[in-house]
Design a protein around this ligand. Structure first.
Ligand code: SF4
Length: 244
């Protein structure tokens, strides 16, 4: 997926900052891909300003898609054309990888993905391409099995809340009861488009209450892989135990 042994400048505007284009031995592809795009480990990303936050989110989603295997474009929810445009605008030095990231046949769009994407697109609060790309990316990652923030490769749920409030504020501000975001989208579709998720009109009488309103805590996918990598590295560096 990423040419072994290649190095490149990974952070725009930071000449001399080199990042390996392939995972170091035992390191996870997601972390290596993130570093390739954003020039630092995900754990170290400074997202204080909104532009840096957008770059972090986009790099996280591409990295999460890389972790899943298969064509990255498909797993991000973007067409090859849109992924190319995104990389050109945000991570231009990674353009040399686009041919491998965009390989394969583009699958027909899943109806559910299209409904969530259109829900988001209809309630944007920013202009420009990034909100349009994020609508497609969030919708595609929402069909993955984990918490949505995890399958977007983000570090915690608060980053997903910030992303939605920043780019899709009219929709996100309707989540006044802090419902799980993925379930919230489907609830909105139930109300707006006759999509069927809710078995009762009233949440308090529903058997799925915990699924919709339970905690969304956990360890980020990349932090988990990073921890595994550090444990493996420490184990391989440990001196052999003397024979009894
Ligand atoms: S708790 Fe039940 S009724 Fe409420 S949003 Fe979830 S599935 Fe629908």
């Amino acid at each position: 997926m990423i040419a072994a042994g290649t190095q490149m400048i990974a952070k725009d505007g930071a000449p001399g900052l080199l990042a390996p284009a392939s995972p170091a031995s035992g390191e996870h592809l997601g972390i290596a891909t993130y570093r390739l795009l954003n020039g630092c480990d995900p754990a170290d990303a400074d997202i204080t300003d909104n532009d840096a936050f957008d770059r972090h989110v986009l790099a996280s989603i591409v990295a999460a898609a890389a972790m899943d295997g298969g064509a990255i474009a498909t797993r991000t929810g973007l067409t090859s054309q849109n992924l190319s445009a995104l990389v050109a605008e945000y991570f231009p030095r990674a353009r040399i990888y686009l041919s491998s990231w965009c390989g394969g046949t583009e699958a027909a769009e899943d109806d559910e993905v299209g409904m969530v994407r259109d829900l988001l697109l209809g309630q944007r609060s920013t202009t420009g391409n990034v909100g349009r790309w994020l609508a497609a990316m969030v919708a595609r990652r929402a069909v993955e099995p984990n918490h949505l923030w995890e399958d977007l490769g983000l570090r915690d749920r608060s980053e997903l809340s910030r992303l939605l409030m920043r780019h899709f504020a009219p929709l996100a501000s309707r989540n006044t009861r802090n419902m799980r975001w993925k379930r919230f989208f489907y609830r909105m579709l139930c109300e707006d488009d006759g999509f069927v998720m809710c078995t009762t009109p009233v949440c308090t009488q529903c058997n799925d209450f915990e699924l919709c309103f339970g905690e969304e805590s956990g360890e980020s996918r990349m932090a988990e892989r990073r921890r595994d990598f550090l444990i493996q590295t420490a184990a391989s560096a440990a001196p052999p135990r003397p024979l009894a």
